[in-house]
Ligand binder design. Sequence first.
Ligand code: GCU
Length: 690
Amino acid sequence: MKPFSNEIDYQCWLNYEHIKDQSLLNEYAKYLKNIVINENSYIIDSIKDEIYYSINKILGISPLINNYTNSNKFITISKIGKNNLVDSFLKDEEIIAIDEEGFLIKTVNSHDKKFIIVTSKSDNGLLYGTFYLIRTLQEKKLLDDLYVLENPKTPLRMINHWDNLNGNIERGYAGKSIFYRNYELVDNLDRIRDYARLLSSVGINAISLNNVNVGKEEARLIDDKIYIVETLYEIFKRYGIKVFLSVNFASPIMIGGLKTADPLNKEVNEWWKKRANFIYDHIPEFGGFLVKADSEDQPGPYSYNRNHADGANMLAEALAPHNGLIIWRAFVYNCYQDWRDQNTDRAKAAYETFIPLDGQFLDNVIIQIKNGPMDFQVREPVNPLFGGLKKTNQILELQITQEYTGQQKHLCYLVPQWKEVLDFDTYLFGEGTSVSEIISGVPFNSKKFGIAGVSNVGDDTNWTGHTLAQANLYGYGRLTWNPELKSSQITDEWIKCTFGNNSKLLENLSNMLQNSWTIYEKYTSPLGIGWMVNPGHHYGPNVDGYEYSRWGTYHRANHFGIGVDRTLKSGTGFTRLYQQPNFEMFEHLESCPEELLLFFHHVSYIYKLKNNKTLIQHIYDTHFEGVEDVQELINQWIELEGLIDNKRYQDVLSRLLEQKEHAKEWRDVINTYFYRKTMIYDEKCRKIYP
Ligand code: GCU
């Protein structure tokens, strides 16, 4: 196995930097010269490839990989029950504690031998254990006393691609699709294998291969273009990743020649069952379908006066005999209604659609819910469907691609944002039912729960456009494995594996990453209001610009104040969708977290915030501060010159400089807008401008 490119930015956190410290090298070499693997499978082949390649690069030696060794120091990678030596050193409680995809790594002392066991109940677990061991080397940790028992905390750990067959990516900011070009598969399959390596190294076990907005050509992926999926499946399965496809609900009409896609129509049912048989004939371990229905021009059951349970269950029945899943998106709202009328509150749409159906979905249906009730804004409260649904399988959907968070031109590290979502207590089953608890499936006693992220990857050499946006992909993966990991730990790991262990580098880069989300928030949309972007592409400041915000419905700014009153008392009543005590917390101006103030309340410009500043002064000041903070990001980066290869140094520097220019534009557009809005009518506000 050779990665497709040797470019350092291409290799991301798997660049396996050579260790220069001779004593550490000697120490590592004692164990890593001999690797015992006495099993065979396609995943085991990937493990052998990775271990051989990584040891070669990190240590500069070629390890011997055999099913036996005479050496008294070695590593052995083997499943439980497959190797007497390994089994004899496992305690019963350890065997019980390891879940299907978990692993155990431990250093064993026995007579004259000292060796490291990597073991699991499954090939996937061995793969994850191997990557963990390699990361231990990258972080330069000692091997003498290793003891790690890890299980993934969420069962489904998924990446969603919004790639179209023509090679374009919806909301892609890093070039073209790495899968498709001109309605066919790309030539470069090695690159796809490298992508699979990156994903499995952080624990991803599922991928959907095409855009949720499924066009005519993409609909053919479950028909005469299935050979494309087959090839991708062959690549991803070697890394323990199941493939899924987005399907168009109207496929029976689009590609089947039927006159209807009515989920209660017999012919339609039969058509989907035949399709399912056809798919599983080609792809025996196919994961299932991802469906966007009745949303933003995608067809769905509403066209036939059916509900979303009717739609999802019909597909679920077709896939059930093959153990396939239907992942049905909760992102359902009527954008035209939003545009026409001032009184609908889009934030309530998903809740109102799905809560009445709770308990009506078949067991192989999972509802995929965006983190917030709107659409991946820089800050939103947690979607109240988490905390509402009690009898339905659920997946959390995050957006790794930075549609509303700077489009990979701006540095915006999203792990701190995701941590807030995951840690949020929904109080679904009383105190302590956080979002991460829900998506673990444990409170529901089900494995059909998990997390999905919209990919930020394209065919740019560095995969993500902005080199530092690689950290979002890494961090996302690590959080899918363990949502309880601290943001600082993930950040440190990523820096060490990607750039090395230099302490100045660790300090500056970790500061930059950890602060970047709130910096971005400062100079863009304040206090949870969101949406102030140009229509269509959603980049750059435009207070009234968002395409469905015709009446300013998304921010309700007038000359007195700004923000959407979503209270029960006087507004849309959205706050009532939360369990107590969250409802009370959001309902009242005084207890509402300030960073979400304008999401929940319409607030006067002269309202005093906790820092004793008026709201308008806060907006004005933070927009200036945000720009100054970007300058500080640049200063910190410049200090790293020479500690980082020139390619990545220059790439990031140029993006930071561009970010600063855009941040100034944001500052000026937003502040001018509110200056104009307030100065005309409000004497008090005018005082803040010199
Ligand atoms: C956003 C995004 C769309 C996307 C949609 C979705 O609205 O702008 O491009 O299709 O989300 O999640 O389906």
